[in-house]
Ligand binder design. Structure first.
Ligand code: SF4
Length: 499
């Protein structure tokens, strides 16, 4: 990540001055940057002896048709024309960082909306307290809960809870960034940067799977690209399809790593008046027709390790079962399904699946949503960052909690955790591309914006002397005007009014 040829970190002892060298003070590294070079993070450079932020500074424009629907527009370089207040949002992407934060944020921009004077304070926050929550839509076994997740051999997070049809990971965080070896911190920072910037990253789980994850894309688990998120657990699947099955089959077993369902034992089968079929499966019975632990987790049927569905049948009761009994076994995504008929010795024999049953199997698949990896960036807008917004930082926290100040990341809405501080969660797919950067302390750099009424800003002790209008904000060639993300609520719209 670090271009060591381009920079020298601040010396402990004075060095011989170099002509044209500039010192970047945008983070604690204090790079001494030679002419026409960039600092360690690549975000700041020495341009003609002047310290300059190198990446585009992103303004997002919302162009709507007569009905208010957002319409496409071509991304373009700013042509120098005045940008209208009511359709332009100044994001923190490329805005720069102020350090230390007692200085005002890089841009504090006033604009008028529906006759109300508003202000947006934008900055690129440096976050060492930050992490990533990953939701992987898969039934496949990724590894035991609490197992280490590794990237390039370094521990960068862990497996956490399994949720409905999904497996969660907790990646990054301050302990991996700064609490381990230098290499662990560097790899963790690079992993977070790439994942947040929507790149694909490879992981291995101790005692579990190898995975490739990318925001908004299908996860790849042990070289299998996950296509479908399960329709529900085995019990839920029976609840959904029992009525469509009961005229065509004598028993259905829905194989699932969480709850395997047995139709005739299940409340749904009983309610439909289905007779018991006498097929007993292994595992631990939870309630009638619902079984835990029928097999080990794995990459086979329904997130179990089985490839032969009959292996979960414990016994077939000759007093209840009968020759010719029709049995459907299916997984919770419909990707695996087999149909059997019991022969005279009550042995299940594979048979062609009747069309009516094939339709239900296809319908299970149809009801599965596309499997995705979801990447949520989590960070705390801590003590010092808030000082760039107001001279009395706790007032900003109170204003956010009172919903007087709206927080966004690159224009994307964030969830603000209850409790102390301003701890946020943001979906990186709702942010502009390459929104994130890093500094080699190591820490992640992310855009953050605080939008409120100008009166409220004054009230909370804002840096009123630094307020500018949009037209005054930029005059350089770094400005890039991009399209507002159509699914993001417009920051000046009243809460609940939609995008
Ligand atoms: S790492 Fe980047 S932000 Fe920090 S001092 Fe160097 S150039 Fe500036």
């Amino acid at each position: 990540m670090t271009d060591r040829k381009t920079t020298d970190a601040a010396p402990k002892q004075a060095r011989k001055p170099v002509d044209g060298l500039v010192v970047c003070d945008a983070c604690p590294v204090l790079c001494r940057i030679r002419p026409d070079r960039t600092g360690a993070c690549g975000r700041y450079g020495n341009v003609g002896g002047v310290l300059a932020r190198t990446d585009p500074f992103i303004l997002a424009q919302r162009v709507a048709d007569e009905d208010g629907a957002v319409v496409p527009f071509l991304e373009k370089e700013w042509d120098g024309k005045l940008l209208p207040d009511e359709t332009t949002f100044v994001t923190g992407v490329g805005s720069g960082t102020t350090y230390p934060d007692y200085k005002p944020a890089p841009f504090i921009v006033a604009s008028a909306h529906d006759g109300v004077d508003m202000v947006t304070v934008v900055t690129e926050g440096i976050f060492s307290y930050c992490g990533i929550k990953v939701k992987i839509d898969t039934d496949r076994y990724v590894g035991p809960e609490r197992a280490a997740v590794r990237c390039r051999g370094e521990e960068v997070g862990h497996v956490t809870t399994a949720e409905y049809g999904s497996q969660m990971l907790a990646l990054g965080g301050v302990h991996h960034l700064t609490g381990g070896s230098k290499k662990e911190g560097t790899v963790t920072c690079d992993m977070m940067l790439r994942l947040c910037n929507k790149e694909a990253v490879d992981f291995e789980v101790d005692g579990g799977a190898a995975m490739t994850l990318q925001a908004g894309q299908a996860p790849v688990v042990d070289e299998s690209r996950e296509e479908r998120m399960r329709v529900g657990c085995g019990s839920a699947t029976i609840g959904m399809f029992a009525k469509q099955w009961h005229d065509h089959v004598d028993e259905v077993i829905v194989v699932d790593d969480h709850i395997t369902g047995v139709l005739t034992e299940h409340q749904a089968g009983r309610f439909l008046g289905m007779a018991p079929a006498g097929i007993r499966i292994g595992g631990r019975r939870s309630t009638p027709g619902r079984y835990f632990q029928v097999a080990e987790p794995g990459t086979g049927w329904g997130g179990t390790n089985i490839t032969d569905p009959l292996s979960i049948i414990d016994k077939i009761d000759p007093k209840v079962a009968f020759p010719g009994l029709r049995l459907l076994m299916v997984s919770t995504t419909g990707e695996d399904a087999e149909y059997f008929i019991l022969d005279d010795a009550l042995v299940p024999v594979p048979a062609d699946m009747p069309a009516a049953l094939q339709t239900t199997v296809e319908r299970i698949g149809e009801n599965c949503e596309p499997a995705l990896a979801t990447i949520l960036f989590m960070a705390g807008a801590g003590g010092s960052l808030r000082a760039g917004v107001t001279e009395n930082p706790v007032r900003l926290t109170r204003s956010v909690k009172a919903a007087l100040t709206r927080v966004t990341c690159g224009g994307a809405p964030v969830y603000v955790w209850p409790g102390g501080g301003i701890t946020i969660l943001a979906d990186v797919t709702r942010m502009p591309d390459n929104s994130f950067g890093y500094v080699p302390t190591p820490a992640i750099v992310a855009p953050i914006e605080f939008t409120m009424r100008l009166d409220d800003y004054r009230e909370l002790g804002g840096h009123m002397g630094s307020v500018q209008r949009i037209g005054d904000v930029v005059g350089g060639d770094r400005v890039q005007v991009t399209q507002w993300h159509e699914h993001n609520p417009w920051p000046w719209a009243p809460a609940g009014s939609g995008p």
